[in-house]
Design a protein around this ligand. Structure first.
Ligand SMILES: CC(C)(COP(=O)(O)OP(=O)(O)OC[C@H]1O[C@@H](n2cnc3c(N)ncnc32)[C@H](O)[C@@H]1OP(=O)(O)O)[C@@H](O)C(=O)NCCC(=O)NCCS
Length: 205
């Protein structure tokens, strides 16, 4: 079997959004929003096209990952540029078979090669930790909405980039497109085949 990780092209957009919808559906909340976030985010100035990836196995889409620019607000008043990963997902029938780590590691290498200093995002340390992420608060960076959060994770891409850092990080504005435009989200969602929204234990919202 042949795996290819490549930059997303316009012809991939709908397939990618469908993959995200299938992969995130009922995982963190009844239904999901991540497919609409990606749909809107590609036009956001913070979106990094060079870090928008698809993963294919024998030409079939099985994964995606995207990044945007974000910043750490330092206690000194300055800002430190960073990048934020998400969403990243793997097709349901391929989850937990190693593809996510392969994809994540490939995106990290590319981000390093482009000269970015650090990746910061919310996530599960059980997955991200295997690729070197640590709790952001251990590096002096607190989540603006929940300073105690241990699910804000960071990975230094340039050695020493986070040395001596004290500050906070907030979600990029582009992540809130569903809340800002509920009608747009509803009509977008209606363009997909119906799926049942379920309230399941373990969901975050
Ligand atoms: C999260 C996700 C991208 C991980 O990809 P994956 O291919 O399933 O993960 P891998 O098989 O590469 O996992 C590598 C290791 O990470 C850890 N891991 C992965 N997913 C995990 C999860 N949901 N919970 C706990 N640990 C997890 C495990 O330690 C795993 O190793 P193991 O299976 O040998 O125990 C994928 O499961 C997915 O698409 N989930 C739904 C969407 C999502 O939650 N995306 C991330 C948030 S943006």
């Amino acid at each position: 079997m042949s795996i290819e990780i490549r930059i997303e092209e316009e012809r991939d957009y709908r397939n990618v959004e469908n993959l995200i919808r299938e992969s995130f559906w009922n995982v963190y909340r009844p239904g999901c929003m991540e497919h609409y976030v990606v749909h809107c985010f590609r036009n956001d100035p913070a979106y990094i096209k060079e870090l928008g990836f698809v993963m294919e196995e024998d030409g079939v889409l099985i994964g995606q990952a995207m990044y945007c620019r974000s910043e750490i607000k330092l206690d000194s008043g300055e800002t430190l540029p960073a990048i934020t990963l998400g969403p990243i997902c793997i097709a349901n029938d391929k989850k937990r078979t190693g593809y996510g780590k392969i994809l994540l590691d490939a995106t990290i290498e590319k981000a390093k090669s482009l000269g970015f200093g650090a990746i910061i995002n919310e996530g599960n340390i059980d997955f991200y930790g295997k690729s070197g992420f640590v709790q952001a608060k251990s590096k002096g960076i607190l989540y603006a909405d929940d300073p105690e959060a241990d699910y804000l994770l960071v990975l230094e891409l340039k050695k020493g980039y986070l040395d001596g850092v004290h500050g906070t990080w907030a979600d990029p504005e582009g992540y809130f497109c569903c809340e800002k435009d509920p009608e747009g989200f509803a009509s977008y969602e209606a363009s997909f085949p119906y799926k049942e929204k379920l309230k399941l234990t373990g969901q975050l919202f």
